[in-house]
Design a binder for this molecule. Sequence first.
Ligand code: GDG
Length: 461
Amino acid sequence: MKRLVVVSNRVADLRSAQAGGLAVGLADSLRQRGGVWMGWDGQTLKYEEEPEPRLRKVGTVTQATIPLTEQDYSEYYLGFSNSVLWPLFHYRLDLVEYKTTFLDGYRRVNAKFANALMSVLKPDDVIWIHDYHLLPLASELRQRGCKQRIGFFLHIPFPPPEILAAVPRHRWLVESLLEFDVIGFQTNTDLGNLQHYVEDHLGCRLEPDGKIAIGEREVIAGCFPIGIDVDSFVEMAEKPSDEVQIETQRREILGRQQIIGVDRLDYTKGLPDRLRAFARLLELYPEMRKSVALMQIATPTREEVEAYVEIRKELEALSGAINGRFADFNWTPVRYIHGTVPRDALAALFRASQVGFVTPLRDGMNLVAKEYVAAQSMENPGVLVLSKFAGAAEEMHEALIVNPYDVDDMARNLCRALTMPLEERQERQRALMQRIREHDAAYWLNSFMAALENGETNRAA
Ligand code: GDG
């Protein structure tokens, strides 16, 4: 087997629990196969230096990390990646903030990654690059003479051509993307969006097997839905800590149900309307008051970007207002936690909650939806209420699928979930569990590697 070299903006700490889908999905997959993982070490230097990657072995994986400068951080990371590409790829043109220096920084850091990577590569390696920070990296590597096969996986949505056309230099971005040998997306919708763009804007031809023909070259573009390590999540869910057990028993004695939401605090996750939907539930169904509470864990992220400061303020105000309006001396309707919870506690909390409430406005996949299902017991499973705009909705049909912009629709489905008969819950759980087991982390890794190493076209989704 060839050595696998993975590259992403950050390298996750493989020994500790992480918040963030890329870290979770990749760590689960890479631990199994072993290899090299290269990325930024999270340090910012005041002055430019051409960095040598720092190597560190953790189990089967060698981590290779480089620092960035403060200017890189502001232009490449906060700027082009998170103030242009992130909002735009999530269809949020209103939140895009563009400056010319952002694009310069983006290109400079991709060149820096390419230089560092060239110093660790061996001729027989196979390279797998991740996410929107590194769209032009294959092109940079090819310019430096890299001959190895290079794959790319986009964890976030790929927007329709009319939206993509709003990014400055969008044509250059997509042409750079086509320098990869394999391009992977989460859903068929994302794949279709790239196909439309390359046909309409670049005049490329699509082969009957889905490959994109560019002159003499062929690029595989496919759908590879990311999954989780189901067994390890089940194991964590089955072993609740004393603290979680006591809290669950207290609720059971009081006859109270719990709705749970867990997200990075990001404007794409639909959090304000999720809270409004919960308030609407209490308005529409007064009998639910005191018998249900919402626990929302919102993990801080990208706090230097203005849009994230705004969403935090909005959520704090909303949860305060809902509690002010409905709370009683012995019942708090919303428990809003702005912080990070250990992964095993998260699994146990999912199992102890009767509804998993996952309502992004747009999401590449959404691993929380899969984790909530993995955590349920077959004897008494909870119900997943899932946004139709999460990539996960393409596979998880047995969830209650909602429109995250429609507060009434979400409230009605919350009520349906909270009152659903056991038999129906079990039927849905059985089907969902089977699906997340079929498309788990190992399947994702293996199907992508089959395309990258052997040129197999993926027909999974
Ligand atoms: C991107 C795409 C795609 C969250 N809070 C805590 C915590 N988490 C964990 C969750 C889950 C992960 O972080 C979040 O993953 P998601 O998939 O929901 O979302 P993104 O971070 O936006 O991920 C997404 C993903 O990449 C993978 O391709 O699915 O669409 O946007 O695993 O459990 N983990 C811990 N404490 C927390 O407080 N331990």
